[in-house]
Ligand binder design. Structure first.
Ligand code: ADP
Ligand code: MG
Length: 228
């Protein structure tokens, strides 16, 4: 059966606090990394231990950096933007990774004149990068990712629909999406969707994930059109 999930503010509490802490952790982390590198390269040191330490430090750094995306939203600077152009630039960005995985990304527009939206461009890019990366990572043996953009005039929204042919998400796991650190990947952080839900809700939008195991996943992002 098809599962429907709706979420917008599972995360506002975690957000601000975590971002503050993350920022404070980053500087000492950089210093520690520097010294570990220094010791590793000293005569007589066993580099393998230091390499383990460095890769663990890299992992902490990755998590910190993802968290820091949460720090930005207070100073949002919304601008009138063309969502289609934004999507094209995101596709160009992830295209190499897609091709390496035998994946084709197809963009379809319901009409040639999709209305502009008000957004913080970099934040929205972050959302679509997260969504597309998840789709790519869910399709280890390749396939097609369809992105369609529709203007929903009746509700004053634009809808971006990303459909993949990946492994899908079991019904009982759907409610976990957007929870911090929920990941099924060895190298995942489980922060991508959490950040995405937060950004979309700050844009007064909505993100809905539906999925069928072994068939694929559909992510719908609804954003209000520009209001003058
Ligand atoms: P991460 O990608 O670091 O694991 P995310 O927050 O981006 O963290 O995603 C959380 C989890 O949701 C993933 O580990 C995966 O299990 C599941 N998921 C998200 N998108 C998809 C998708 N398109 N297909 C299958 N599973 C997905
Ligand atoms: Mg992800």
């Amino acid at each position: 059966t098809e599962e429907l999930m709706r979420k917008s503010d599972k995360l506002s509490v975690v957000g601000q606090l975590a971002a503050g802490v993350a920022h404070e952790i980053r500087n000492p982390l950089t210093a520690i990394k520097g010294f570990v590198q220094l010791i590793r390269d000293t005569r007589g040191a066993k580099p393998e231990y230091f390499n383990i330490m460095l890769s663990e430090l890299d992992r902490i750094e990755l998590i910190i950096n993802e968290f820091l995306v949460l720090a930005k939203p207070q100073a949002v600077n919304f601008q009138e933007k063309n969502l289609v152009t934004l999507l094209q630039s995101i596709i160009a960005l992830v295209e190499t990774q897609a091709i390496l995985n035998n994946i084709q990304i197809v963009l379809l527009l319901s009409e040639s004149d999709i209305p502009l939206i008000d957004c913080e461009e970099n934040q929205l890019k972050q959302v679509f990068i997260n969504i597309l990366k998840n789709s790519i990572e869910a399709m280890p043996s390749g396939g097609v990712i369809h992105i369609t953009v529709d203007h929903l005039a009746a509700t004053g929204q634009v809808r971006v629909r990303v459909v993949d042919e990946g492994q899908g998400i079991p019904e009982e796991r759907l409610s976990k999406l957007g929870e911090p650190f929920y990941t099924t990947k060895e190298k995942g952080t489980g922060l991508g969707l959490m950040i995405s839900y937060k950004i979309i809700s700050e844009h007064k939008g909505k993100m809905i994930v539906r999925s069928r195991v072994n068939e694929g996943t559909t992510v719908d992002v609804y954003l209000p059109t520009h209001t003058s």
